[in-house]
Write a protein that binds this ligand. Sequence first.
Ligand SMILES: [Zn+2]
Length: 336
Amino acid sequence: MQLKILNEVPSKLYTCKVTEVHEVLGGPTIIHLKGKLTKPLFLSALLHGNETTSFDVLSQVLNKYKNEELPRDLIIFIGNTLAAVEGMRHLPGQPDYNRIWQIGEGDTPEHEMAAKVTAYAKEHKPFASIDIHNNTGKNPLYGCVNSTEPEFMALASHFGSNTVYFTEPHNVQSMGFCTFCTAITIEAGLPSEPRGVVAAFEFFDKIFHMDKITMNPERAEFEIYHTIARLKVDERARIDFEDQGDGDSDLSFIPEFDSQNFKVVKKETHLGHAKNLKCIRVEDNNGRDLTNDFLKIEGSALVTNRTFIPSMFTKDIYVMKEDCLGYIMEVIIPTK
Ligand SMILES: [Zn+2]
């Protein structure tokens, strides 16, 4: 797999649609542009081909600075162009482009490509790295970091209403980059949702113009969420959102299953119905089974066994089976 490195923007990229990006670029591409300050900002887009907000933001950035000097150098990485054509997270047979960034893990051509991108970025000592994503459920806009160091908190304080700290999945882009620059993954709501595109562009442009990343004074809350576990479902499970105990489904979740994201879900909350606890699993960051700590069956009802805060709970059954059903978080107060 070839990684293209360009020093100018291909003219068609200014106006092409996300589904045409492969035709324009031919595959994963770095575009390294010169600006006023030499320490580059790194912008990563389309690691997931169906998460189009990153591409919308990229188009806006390119067009805004088409005839203007960039405030600093910019290294753009455009990832899964082939999946973008199909509007898929990744193509069948391809690895997930946001699970290939742990150096030394995996030997696919995509892992090799990610290692090259990392080496290229590292060599140019980025000012910061921003990787833009979407999710599938109802979530606020929020930034995710993989370190609780002050510069990471400061970067995250400029996007959305919440900050999440996680260490699993360990092989995401921001995790790979956090060892050599301040890196963030932003979750900009549903694909191309206008509020997410606006907020992500504003965030990018604000950071692009900063000399030093300082804490956003408007973010009064300093608390951050720490992802402690994730929920998985058996890929053979039959799933619906009808909240029925007598149907054919193995798991019948409540219809508003994704409305609890970032809210406190109390112990004894009804989540739906399940035949048993075998087709759903809660595991901690080390893969340890915590299902019985968090969930229980009462009659045929699926009920929480502990108070917790969910994030990224999704009603997309494909995402649920291929990635996960969502994450469980706790609140931590970072030491200042
Ligand atoms: Zn994503």
